[in-house]
Ligand binder design. Sequence first.
Ligand code: FDA
Length: 446
Amino acid sequence: MGITGSSEEIYDVVGIGFGPSNLALAIALEEHGASDPQNPVTSHFFERQPEFGWHRNMLLPSTTMQISFLKDLATYRDPMSRFSFISYLHASNRLVQFVNNQDFFPTRQEFHQYLEWAAAGVSDRVSYGTEVTSIRPVTENGAATFDLLEIEVRGSDGTSRMVTTRNVVISTGLVPRLPEGVASDERVWHSSEFLSKFNSRNPEDLKNVMVVGAGQSAAEITRFLYDTLPHAQVSAVIPSYGYSIADDTPFANQIFDPDAVDDYYFGTQQSRDAFWRYHRNTNYGVVDSDVIRALHQRSYDEQVRGSQRLHFRNLSRVDEVKQAGSRTRVVLRSLLDDKTEELSVDALVFATGYDSPDPARLLGDFDQHFRRDAAGKHRVERDYRLISASELSCGVYLQGGTEHSHGLTSALLSNIAIRGGEIADSIMIRRTERELDRASSVGVAP
Ligand code: FDA
């Protein structure tokens, strides 16, 4: 389990996590290398999953993307990129039929195939089955140099090695959130593990299933369970009176535009608050209208037939989850009259969202060099680089976890093509500036 030493190469950038965000960055770097082969930026990415995967456990049949296919990994940065969704369709011999289909929003399964196809195009830059466990500055004679970073990478066999880089881009996604005191097990699942847990059970044993939450994943899972388990009672526990619609109308959708990042970043606290106050319903705790209508249609059809197995428990919350032998019991509290009710379930799915992980988890002691705002969040430059208290020539960049500084697109796909390009540019520009500084200090041309 020991550390087996460091590789010789010093990378310009190491990416932690290889979801869509760092995939978009890898593509931006690849395309820079193609356009400027004299000055390639060396990079490598580490991904803990054994192969590329984007929310695999939520690839439910018929679920669709919540962004246009044109907000892919590259098009907004470079419409001529060979990594665009249109290139993928062309390579898959489906471009013509996609156009005939007249739909801006592909299924998540198709978008996943696109992401896998793009990831395969940069596979020489990625190590799968490897988890980054820490980031720290390289030390010389016991003192930190702050020019280079040492990344500790653990392989699937448990052995660790060190990798050296000038910059690191942390893009580790979100962490599933369960209510306090609730732990996931064979019958209690978070939506992020839905399909693997569902597939591990015999459908015949799932006679009473319950889904908790009022957002997109909750509604999609409720619909899936109802359609897949025709013998089951399906309950949806929602804290509101009913599902609320996701606003994806054109003016509201502008908050996901690349320019909106500047408006948010350079805006006043009041304007930032307005983004959240007026536009939270574009993404948080809301559901696409087609899914809402599909669920209501099923419920109405039951009323026409006079038989009910789809139960909406609105204005309700889960108070407690108890294990009783081979059963799980759930205590529900109604917000209407504060009364509680205890029910037995064969599966309980919490579609209760995600939290942003604090980069301090990876940075350890090194984190003390980075500035935080009054709310305790990291201060981040416009180019997504963490702001340090003292001058560091190595860079730590964030993709994700920057809602407080860069706004609503931080954890979404809408802006990943542009953001990946901005981070790639920042790394190249800062590298050139360092080389010029070094050259002028020794009096030679770079
Ligand atoms: P993402 O979470 O995808 O990837 C992070 C990667 O880092 C993971 O592969 C993880 O294994 C890896 N990792 C974590 N820690 C690591 C470590 N220490 N070492 C190595 N690897 C590590 N947004 C949108 O705009 N439109 C949409 O339609 C949707 N749809 C959607 C559906 C569902 C079901 C969910 C849950 C979310 C969405 N989203 C979305 C939002 C979603 O956050 C977004 O689609 C991307 O997943 C963001 O990509 P990232 O690469 O930032 O994170």
